[in-house]
Design a binder for this molecule. Sequence first.
Ligand code: FDP
Length: 337
Amino acid sequence: MATRSPIVQTIETFILDQERRHPAATGELTNLLYDIALGTKLVAAAIRRAGLVDILGSAGETNIQGEEQQKLDVYANDCMKNALAATGRVCVLASEEDEQMTTFSTTSDARYAVLIDPLDGSSNIDVNGAVGTIFSIYRRVSTGPEGELADVLQPGREQVAAGYVMYGSSVMLVYTTGHGVNGFTLDPTIGEFLLSHSGIRIPEVGKYLSVNESNFPRWSSGIQRAVRAFHGEKPEVMAGKNSRYIGSLVADFHRNLVAGGVFLYPGDSRKPEGKLRLAYEANPMAFIVEQAGGAATDGVTRIMDLVPTELHQRTPLVIGSRRDVEFVATVLEAPAS
Ligand code: FDP
């Protein structure tokens, strides 16, 4: 009897299918998503060898083959930039790792501006924790010979695509182009991302609370009240949640996206704007979560309506299950009792 091969969909065929459903699509965005997927496969391969760095030589040293070792975050930044730079599809590339953006002399095909956080949560590398790459794509708005700051300083609602890759127990790529959210798991034996989570929806109310509680004494009284309610202090208005915090945005976000939960990184008396970057972290995650039925605010205002004024600008972030995010806004807007 002939064995039937399983029906699998690779990220390539999936993106192509999506493109066919939108007759105005030129294929440029499709190719750009391929480029990003390729860059992240290279990063994934390097991360798999991260624990071997002591054997093969640490950053700044030469390994036994006589090659210079690179720090993983530098390597990830180079991988992603190389995957995107030579394609001619990008007019400007901004990376969380770089002080300045990189502009490219453009052809008429370079219709996109891309922002990347090449290795988010990198402090987890040393303890073999999950990390990720985040990306965000905008349509070019400038018309000069090179991409400009205006191309990367657009509000998040103008994103045409956003996604992340999580390098965890498996490698997963999750992205949206504004038509729902889909997740792909890398099959390392064939080197392909295969559709594993189609049409991801986040539960309206989450079971998890993700926040760095060591900052509690420095939060506003409003944030303290909201977090105490999530602890279960007011069961009549909010059922208590389970605490889960990895300290790696991609990993914390991904768990909450799939299982339901709320992640907070509010401002505090030391860091009034919080820690996370609007353009590299908050906006792409906000686009994904909204497309999955969730919400993202800076506490009160929708993240994707914030107008960035600087490339590396930070923002407080409350993101996840819709009713939990709305609950925080209600508490913050209520007069303190
Ligand atoms: P990291 O510093 O390890 O790169 O923005 C970076 C980030 O990680 C996020 O991935 C993570 O959610 C957050 O910082 C963790 O910050 P705290 O250690 O202050 O909780």
